[in-house]
Ligand binder design. Structure first.
Ligand SMILES: Cc1cc2nc3c(=O)[nH]c(=O)nc-3n(C[C@H](O)[C@H](O)[C@H](O)COP(=O)(O)OP(=O)(O)OC[C@H]3O[C@@H](n4cnc5c(N)ncnc54)[C@H](O)[C@@H]3O)c2cc1C
Length: 388
């Protein structure tokens, strides 16, 4: 199969010449590691002491990687992307909160995004992070099999109630729900809760999707395990398949506490693991639905090839592809142009609160080999094409 991702006219059709230049300038900056490091420190400091830098952040990284400061703000981007067949997943990207009041507010925001999904064809999924609606330490203690104190138990009941409310609302609205995966030492508590939700709300089709990070060597077995449970108990499984975003943190913690790292020994093994899981999911599409969350062209080409061989139509509603807004447009828009189901994560939230997300994107684009140079090469090609 030829590479469908090289058509830059399709990839950047929605970008004006000015936006194209801004993207080029931005990725040029991001490619510079010391600059990202210094820029991050300066920006964090400036925000902390309330220097008026929000305007600058908005005009540069924020508008490139985010849909807006609130959900309403995102609708212009949502509608524009949809003119090219690319859907949106509104991602309330406020992180690191620790108070009940904030968890309640996040829950209300997630419910709102589900309502948006109910009303708009262009928003087929909602998304949330487990630790966005409950304290990390609770997930960690339960995952480690530790006993919670009385107060913690009360708190956990509220977390369970929030999970239930969000999942039930998604079910009632018929909007699929992606639940992000986080650090391995909190994940078991989330996995168990999510499996319960799937048993309850995936009776007719996959509405609730858990995320599997294939840089973990144990996830393929976990997939097979829950698949067997689903077959036995008569429900469907939804999976968002990613490689995993916490590589360094995982390896560092394993070294610090002296346990075997849960991460595959190298990138090649992660890649193989991802592709094997992809094949397993497509082989069992009668009971499994999948959302491929990746910017890896090779993996996606393998998936497209497998779909063809297995006779799965390009627009089959059980197979979706997703990239992050502001990244890999050449993948998203070319896939959509060929009729595949595509949805981009569209982060939103107040500038200050979205900073950790933006910093991760900048660092990821600095450190992930080839990613930034690929973006730059494509932008350059499109520039020349427009000038010719
Ligand atoms: C729509 C979407 C949703 C996402 N949701 C989540 C989520 O819920 N949870 C989450 O953790 N991440 C999530 N991610 C991020 C994802 O896990 C990856 O970090 C990111 O997409 C880069 O991986 P890739 O497959 O796109 O590309 P690649 O560039 O092919 O892969 C890079 C990834 O390979 C792995 N890797 C790199 N070096 C090594 C090594 N030495 N040994 C082992 N593995 C290695 C790491 O996972 C690294 O991130 C999401 C990404 C997208 C696009």
């Amino acid at each position: 199969m030829g590479n469908i991702f090289e058509d830059t006219a399709v990839a950047f059709a929605l970008k004006s010449d000015t936006e194209l230049e801004r993207a080029y300038f931005l990725f040029k900056m991001i490619a510079n590691e010391p600059l990202v490091r210094i820029g991050t420190a300066v920006t964090n400091f400036a925000l902390k002491v309330h220097l008026p830098v929000e305007g600058l952040i908005r005009a540069t990284v924020f508008d490139h990687f985010c849909g807006g400061v609130n959900e309403q703000d995102c609708l212009t981007v949502v509608d524009t992307m949809f003119t090219k067949g690319v859907s949106a997943v509104l991602d309330f990207s406020v992180e690191g909160k620790e108070e009940e009041k904030q968890f309640e507010a996040a829950t209300q925001m997630i419910l709102k995004t589900i309502t948006f999904g109910k009303e708009k064809l262009a928003i087929p999924f909602a998304v949330f992070k487990p630790t966005g609606i409950g304290r990390f330490i609770l997930f960690e203690k339960i995952s480690a099999g530790q006993k919670l104190t009385e107060t913690e138990l009360e708190e956990w009941k509220k977390v369970e109630a929030r999970f239930e409310l969000i999942c039930k609302t998604a079910f009632d609205a018929n909007v699929s729900l992606l639940i992000d995966a986080e650090e391995s030492w909190m994940q078991k508590a989330a996995d168990d809760l999510i499996l319960d939700m799937m048993r309850k709300y995936n009776k007719y089709k996959a509405i609730i999707f858990n995320t599997l990070q294939m840089y973990r060597w144990d996830r393929l077995d976990y997939l097979k395990k829950i698949h067997n449970i689903a077959i036995q108990d008569g429900f469907f499984i939804g999976i968002k398949l990613v490689r995993g975003a916490y590589l360094e943190k995982e390896n560092n913690r394993a070294i610090e506490f002296g346990y075997p790292s849960p991460i595959c020994i190298n990138k090649e093994v992660t890649d193989q693991n991802y592709d094997t899981a992809a094949s397993y999911l497509l082989d069992n599409s009668a009971t499994l639905s999948v959302f491929f969350g990746t910017h890896n062209e090779e993996s996606i080409l393998i998936v497209l090839d497998l779909m063809k061989k297995k006779g799965i139509s390009v627009s089959n509603s059980k197979v979706w592809f997703g990239q992050l807004y502001g990244m890999s447009d050449h993948i998203s828009y070319n896939l959509a142009a060929h009729g595949y189901n595509v949805a981009k994560y569209l982060p939103f939230g107040p500038v200050k609160d979205v900073m950790p997300y933006l910093i991760r994107r900048a660092e990821e684009n600095t450190s992930v080999a080839g990613q930034t140079s690929r973006e730059l090469k494509l932008l350059k090609t499109e520039r020349s094409r427009r000038k010719a």
